[in-house]
Design a protein around this ligand. Structure first.
Ligand code: MN3
Length: 191
């Protein structure tokens, strides 16, 4: 199924001063858009996957032909992760009420996000019993690839923060807590 770059529900500068407009624009129009373009390039080579959703492909990556498996994993994962990431963000004045069970994990989350080596993501995931826990995924791997349901995620690739925060990743992580879309996260937790 041909994939498209999803619309953002806010302007590039809507998350200022926590996330700067230039980073948001480049992150969305260059990084995310490139994942979508490269994913589509790969999917053209496997028309038999036409009726599969992106989530199905990422959760069952071994069903994807080897020729395009790495492209689906990396670019499909990048598309999935970023589509979710944008929805998990909202301007600080309209982002709803913070969820206590997520806030209880804040210190641990910040520690894991600060220490994650290289490029990747930090997630809060929900298991079948409804328990929340923190995991990391390298590169653009998704929680789906390890059978987990994401309820909150943070991009800790340098492209997500370097323009504004340079090497100060902990400041970026702390800033991000101000622009979490709690209403959306709440929906994911209760789904
Ligand atoms: Mn990114």
């Amino acid at each position: 199924m041909r994939q498209e770059l999803p619309q953002l529900s806010y302007a590039y500068d809507a998350l200022e001063p926590f996330f700067d407009a230039q980073t948001m624009e480049i992150h969305y129009t260059k990084h995310h858009a490139t994942y979508v373009a490269k994913l589509n390039e790969a999917l053209i080579k496997a028309p038999q996957l036409e009726d599969k959703s992106l989530e199905e492909l990422l959760a069952n990556i071994n069903l994807v032909p080897e020729e395009i498996r790495a492209a689906v994993r990396n670019h499909g994962g990048g598309h999935y992760n970023h589509s979710l990431f944008w929805k998990m963000l909202a301007p600080a004045r309209q982002n709803g009420t913070a969820i206590q069970e997520i806030f209880n994990l804040k210190d641990q989350f910040n520690d894991v996000a600060t220490k994650l080596f290289g490029s990747g993501w930090v997630w809060i995931v929900k298991d079948a019993a409804g328990n929340l826990s923190i995991i990391t995924t390298p590169n653009q791997d998704t929680p789906l690839s390890v059978g987990k349901k994401p309820v909150l995620g943070l991009d800790v690739w340098e492209h997500a923060y370097y323009l504004k925060y340079q090497n100060r990743r902990p400041e970026y992580i702390e800033a991000w807590w101000n622009v979490i879309n709690w209403d959306f996260v709440n929906k994911l937790i209760n789904q």
